[in-house]
Structure formats: structure tokens, C-alpha cells
Design a protein around this ligand. Structure first.
Ligand code: C6P
Length: 421
């Protein structure tokens, strides 16, 4: 009983207006100091922070519900199952899937994409077929398709991009043909911030009857996603980039496609019956969820979705856009700073290089001042090759960041430039 009361107590009212200082209070980690300085957390594209209500929901599970799901007739197992399947319902509404069984729980976007590669790709893609990806993909949306091509003798085709980091859509249209059997493209680039016109790209692929997977790892945390409106065939995302714990994530798939696919992994909970002669697989979504899943994390994902419903997401997105605009203006004004990724449609990510200073040195000095950014290739080495840089420093924003934090970032980068000159 206590569980239900505690669960109810974390339901929250919708905020009116967007008060960033109030929102920051929801995130305990933001209160800490690093090297004696207030933490300025600008590494949200890697992992965003977790609000107290999500932490509390995890504790409730561990204190009151911890048990295995789907298997037990006992009280705790039923409670855990209800909470886990409740999280799936929340995901369904959050992305507007037709049915909750279309939302497969996975460890994150990487596992979701691999699930589709194994379940769909290995069954339906063969020698001479073509798979289209884009030049700005994260390795998670490159390597699985390369592995498939190598195994099947299929061919990977890549949509190029311009110097601003925008996909060349004419080239995309020209790549589509009767050999194309799959398109896998990112919603938002983690290295450049580019927002791709995925609805148009999906429509275009569908003219050839080609299914499309959207890598939504950087889309869902910042945008309202409606998979029915997009008409995407698959959409994969990670919980830890949208205010939930690591180990949570979803790959959405249209039921009709998921039904035809092979399972990803074999094991417990994904079967109807097993004999040594034959196994009959379970129905969706169980068919794709072999073994004990990350129960606490997925329940946490449900709580993160509840949390997102308490804030005005349109205002949150507008706030993030303003932060990006402000940061772009401030950093562009610093001598030697070059922004990588200047697409017209862009969100949340500011990648940059500074003449003759390695991004790791930038990241290390920023860290001394309590500022967390990511420095490196961002698991998007082909993007670095395209822009002819070994790496970038990347500041990435969430709705709890402030203009004051951008000021601290800009002042510290000015110091970095001074130190190295
Ligand atoms: N990008 C970043 O710092 P996982 O690791 O499975 O949660 O997400 C993989 C992934 C897939 N696609 C995109 C567009 C991504 O940005 C990421 C993760 C992090 O940019 C960690 S490399």
C-alpha cells in the first residue's frame, strides 16, 4: 500500500510559465560544486541529469517493489510488473504510438538499432541490396549497418552534407532506387546539432516502399515526437539523455513490421513454449525482451516522462533555443573560435574548435572551472573527417541551463585562448 501512496505523491502539477531557477531545484546534482566552483553542466547530449522525482521512483521500486516481472504470481512480482508495463504505457502516449506493444524496451538507442539490424535487416536484406544512412550518423547508426552489409554483401550508401552540416536532400532523393531496402537516419546530430527534415525523408523513402529507422537519441529529449505523424517505421532512443537512468531506452516499431521480424536475443520471457524440437516465440513486445530487463531503469523512464509532462515543453524548447543562440553569439565573438555545425535548423548542441588548441585541453581547463563539456569525436568520426578536424569541444544544453552558465563558459573560453596564446 505504501508504494501506491508514494507513487501518487510524485505526481506533479503542470507548471505555468517557464521558471528555470525553479526547474533547477528539481535536479539535485546541479547543486554541487566542482573544484570549488558551481557545477556548470553542459554535457547533456552525452547524458542529461535526473530529477528528484525520478530518483525517488527508483528508490520506491528498490524499497517496496523489487522483484522479477512477468513470472511471479506473488504480490511483489505483480507490483513490479504493473509498474514496468505502466512505464510502457507512458512511453506509448509520450511518442503517440498506436499500441504499447510497439514500444520495445532496450538498454538505449544503440541496442534499439542493433535489434532492428538483427531482427529486420538480417531477415530481409540480402546481396546487392542498398542501405542508406547519412554522413552525420553516430557510430551506433553506422557500424550495425556496416556489419550487416559485410555479412550479406549489401551496400551502404551515404547521404552527403554541406559545410553547414545540412544533408543534401537532392542527393538523398538520387540515392533512393529499387535496390534500396532500408534507410536509417538521425533525427538530430549529436556532433553538429542539425535537425534533419525526417518527415520529408520518410515520405520520400516510402515512395519506394522502403522502411525508415530514425535514431531519436538527440531528438526525444528536446522535441515533441509523434511517431504516427512522422510515419517512421522505427524510432530508437535512450532514457539517460531524457532525464531517466542509464539502462533504459526504447525502440518503437510498427506492429506489422515487428511481427514479421526475427527476435533479437533468445532466452526467458520471449517465448510461448520451448521443446528441444521447436520454440514458439512470444507475442509483442515480449518476443524482443529476452531475459530480465532493466526493470528499475525502465520504471525510471516512465517517471521521467511523468516529469516532462509537468513542464511546458514548448517553452522549455524555446528556452534551449535561446541558450543556443546566445552561446553561438558569445563564442563566435571570441577570436580563434570556429563553430562546427551551422545548420539553419539546429538545436541544443554547440560544437567548436579553437585554432591550435586541442579540444581535450579546452575540456580540461573548463573542467577546472567546474564546466562539464565533451571533447572528442563524439562517436561520430566521419563527421570529424568531413569537417577536417580531429575532434571538437561540445557544449550541449538542457532546459535547466541558464544564460549565466553560458556567460561562465564564454569567459572561461576567453581565458583558454589567453593561456595558449
Ligand atoms: N551519444 C554523445 O555524447 P546510447 O549510447 O545507446 O545511449 O546512444 C547512442 C547514440 C546514438 N545516436 C546518437 C545520435 C547519439 O547521440 C548517441 C549517444 C552520446 O553524443 C554518447 S556517445
Amino acid at each position: 500500500m505504501a508504494t501506491i501512496e508514494k507513487s501518487v505523491s510524485i505526481e506533479r502539477q503542470v507548471n505555468t510559465g517557464f521558471d528555470v531557477q525553479r526547474i533547477r531545484e528539481d535536479f539535485p546534482v546541479l547543486r554541487q560544486t566542482v573544484n570549488g566552483k558551481p557545477l556548470v553542466y553542459l554535457d547533456n547530449a552525452a547524458s542529461s541529469q535526473v530529477p528528484q522525482v525520478v530518483i525517488d521512483r527508483g528508490s520506491i521500486y528498490l524499497e517496496d517493489e523489487h522483484s522479477n516481472i512477468h513470472r511471479g504470481v506473488h504480490y511483489l512480482s505483480q507490483k513490479a510488473t504493473t509498474a514496468y508495463e505502466g512505464a510502457r504505457e507512458k512511453v506509448k502516449r509520450f511518442i503517440n504510438a498506436r499500441e504499447s506493444r510497439e514500444c520495445i524496451f532496450v538498454r538505449g538507442a544503440t541496442e534499439g538499432i542493433n535489434l532492428v539490424m538483427h531482427g529486420y535487416g538480417r531477415k530481409f536484406i540480402g546481396a546487392g541490396d542498398e542501405i542508406i544512412i547519412s554522413a552525420m550518423e553516430h557510430h551506433a547508426n553506422i557500424v550495425p549497418w556496416q556489419m550487416l552489409c559485410e555479412e550479406k554483401g549489401a551496400r551502404l550508401r551515404v547521404i552527403p552534407m554541406n559545410d553547414a552540416g545540412e544533408l543534401l536532400l537532392d542527393e538523398y532523393d538520387a540515392l533512393l532506387n529499387e535496390r534500396t531496402k532500408f534507410v536509417a537516419v538521425t533525427h538530430v546530430s549529436n556532433a553538429l546539432g542539425t535537425v534533419n527534415p525526417i518527415k520529408r525523408m520518410i515520405d520520400q523513402a516510402h515512395k519506394y516502399g522502403v522502411p525508415v529507422l530514425i535514431d531519436g537519441a538527440q531528438g526525444v529529449p528536446h522535441m515533441l515526437v509523434d511517431v504516427q505523424d512522422l510515419d517512421c517505421d522505427f524510432y530508437a532512443f535512450s532514457g539517460h539523455k531524457m532525464f531517466a537512468p542509464t539502462g533504459s531506452g526504447v525502440v518503437y516499431g510498427k506492429a506489422a513490421l515487428l511481427e514479421t521480424m526475427n527476435p533479437f536475443q533468445g532466452g526467458g520471457d520471449m517465448i510461448k513454449s520451448v521443446t528441444f524440437e521447436k520454440t514458439i516465440y512470444g507475442d509483442l513486445p515480449n518476443k524482443f525482451e529476452a531475459g530480465t530487463p532493466a526493470i528499475a531503469s525502465q520504471i525510471g523512464l516512465g517517471a521521467a516522462i511523468d516529469y516532462l509532462h509537468t513542464i511546458d515543453r514548448k517553452q522549455a524548447a524555446a528556452h534551449e533555443d535561446e541558450l543556443l543562440r546566445y552561446a553561438t553569439e558569445k563564442l563566435s565573438a571570441i577570436e580563434g573560435v570556429r563553430i562546427i555545425g551551422t545548420a539553419r535548423e539546429k538545436l541544443s548542441v554547440l560544437s567548436f574548435v579553437i585554432d591550435d588548441i586541442h579540444p581535450h585541453d579546452i575540456g580540461t581547463i573548463l573542467d577546472q572551472e567546474g564546466i562539464a563539456v565533451r571533447a572528442g569525436h563524439h562517436c561520430a568520426q566521419p563527421v570529424m573527417q568531413r569537417f577536417n578536424v580531429p575532434a571538437t569541444a561540445r557544449a550541449s544544453f538542457a532546459f535547466y541551463n541558464t544564460k549565466e552558465e553560458v556567460d561562465v563558459l564564454a569567459r572561461t573560453i576567453e581565458r583558454v585562448v589567453e593561456i595558449f596564446s
